[in-house]
Design a protein around this ligand. Structure first.
Ligand code: PFF
Length: 446
């Protein structure tokens, strides 16, 4: 069998981790979830979950991935050969394909916005037009085309392989995106609604913390950190032996959540300045951003650049999602990397078409009150990811030898990792219990 790839540098490992974590989840999903769930209350819960639950689970995934150098299914099988833990691997693989389906649709919108903006067809500053413009760009059959184009780009990078395609792209794109977001934040301070927007985002109204806010924030923390389906496990299987897992996890989580907060600082002042509603849902960011660009001299250039970077950030995330099923097909089903990539792309294309149509011809088709797009999002983000994270933390906390975790976090005793007892405690008790309680709470059993 071919030797497994290894990310060549530590920066590359961090950049790919951040590349996976930072994407539409931060810039598109976080603002709309925060908008729907009361702003500050949601941000507070989200932050708590990122650091109390997300970081330990991220560490657990890192340890399992690097320690076994396997895909998600193989990692559980290697660590617990005679037990039935592998089902978590299946949850991860199915969830990754569900996410890939709806994510590619939104990423397709970014491609359409980028191209429309570059050709001067995106109208800015038309107060009544944001919604109309979004609707005309994204309903009907057109989004299918953009979804296909996006998935084509994704497949192209994946066929380039791990280090060449993924690592190189992330090294350049992530720092650029960060700088652009900071520039937009500075612009946001000049908007009349800055105070109101910032208050909405940072002032928690505790009465708004309901079971659905808690579950939403937990799902968002997992979604944003690419946790619970084995994505980070798969990436860690490419980390070099000398990578310090604790540090990569902490830096990754800080960078990832700062991008979410920066996006909130960009979006909410604009929402209030232009008299829009923060509760618009999945369309929020796409309706608000054109207004923001209209405030900037050379708005067309900014807008094209922004959507280009957003498209590229989405690509670094979808590449990581696709890796979950691709490594599974290659390593467990003995497929060639090329065929595995094509199979994963074909499945997500079918899902993507259904999701794309759920804003147009299939908008009336709902299951449990949710369109196909929202259903895929809800099932994967709010159900599969937290369950995957709960099982992973329980598994590492209780089922495998303590020495395994110690070896991974101290590089076989070469350095100290003072937070190890805290990490072990958290994986044993806090993470599984907290996730379980939030679930019970959200289905009304608590
Ligand atoms: N973390 C990505 C984002 O915030 O856009 C989304 C994601 C990537 C979710 C990879 C899950 C995953 F496996």
């Amino acid at each position: 069998m071919k030797e497994r790839a290894v990310f060549t540098t530590k920066f590359g490992a961090l950049a790919t981790t951040v590349g996976s974590a930072v994407g539409l989840g931060n810039i598109w999903r976080f603002p709309y979830e925060a908008g729907v769930h009361g702003g500050g209350a949601f941000l507070l819960c989200y932050m708590l979950f990122v650091f109390l639950i997300g970081v330990p689970v991220l560490c657990a995934e890192f340890a399992m991935g690097r320690g076994t150098r396997s895909n998600v299914f193989g990692a559980y099988s290697k660590l617990a050969p005679r037990q039935k833990w592998q089902f978590t691997g299946y949850i991860g693989i199915v969830a990754s394909l569900l996410i890939l389906s709806f994510y590619s649709v939104v990423a397709g919108w970014t491609v359409e916005y980028c191209i429309s903006s570059a050709f001067g067809q995106l109208s800015f500053g038309d107060m009544a037009g944001g919604h109309g413009q979004f609707t005309s760009l994204t309903t009907g059959w057109r989004p299918i085309l953009w979804t296909v184009i996006f998935l084509f780009c994704n497949t192209f990078i994946l066929l380039g392989g791990v280090t060449k395609g993924i690592e190189r792209a992330s090294n350049i794109l992530m720092p650029m995106l960060f700088l652009l977001l900071i520039a937009f934040c500075i612009n946001s301070m000049t908007l009349p609604g800055f105070g109101e927007g910032v208050r909405f985002l940072f002032h928690p109204d505790f009465s708004k913390i309901t079971p659905s806010v808690l579950l939403g924030a937990l799902g968002q923390a997992f979604f944003s950190l690419s946790l619970g389906l084995g994505c980070m496990m798969t990436y860690a299987s490419y980390f070099s032996d000398t990578n310090r897992l604790g540090r990569t996890a902490a830096v990754g989580a800080v960078l990832d959540s700062s991008v979410a907060v920066l996006s909130g600082i960009i979006i909410f002042p604009a929402v209030f300045s232009f008299g829009l509603s923060p509760q618009a849902g999945p369309t929020l960011v796409f309706e608000v951003l054109p207004y923001i660009f209209s405030q900037l001299p050379g708005g067309m250039v900014w807008s094209t650049l922004f959507f280009l970077l957003l498209f590229l950030a989405s690509l670094t995330s979808t590449v990581s999602m696709s890796e979950i099923s691709i490594t599974f097909f290659c390593e467990e089903k003995r497929m060639s990397r090329r065929n595995a990539t094509l199979l994963s792309s074909a499945i997500s294309l079918c899902g993507g078409v259904l999701c794309a149509l759920s804003f147009g011809p299939l908008s009336g088709f709902t299951i449990g009150g949710l369109t196909i797009f929202n259903l895929f999002d809800y099932l994967s983000s709010n159900i599969c990811l937290p369950i995957g994270g709960m099982v992973c933390s329980f598994f590492v906390g209780w089922m495998i030898d303590k020495k395994f975790l110690r070896d991974q976090f101290t590089d076989y005793g070469r350095y100290r990792f003072v937070l190890l007892p805290l990490l072990t405690f958290s994986l044993k008790w806090i993470c599984p219990a907290a996730i379980f309680l939030i679930f019970l709470n959200s289905i009304g059993l608590l």
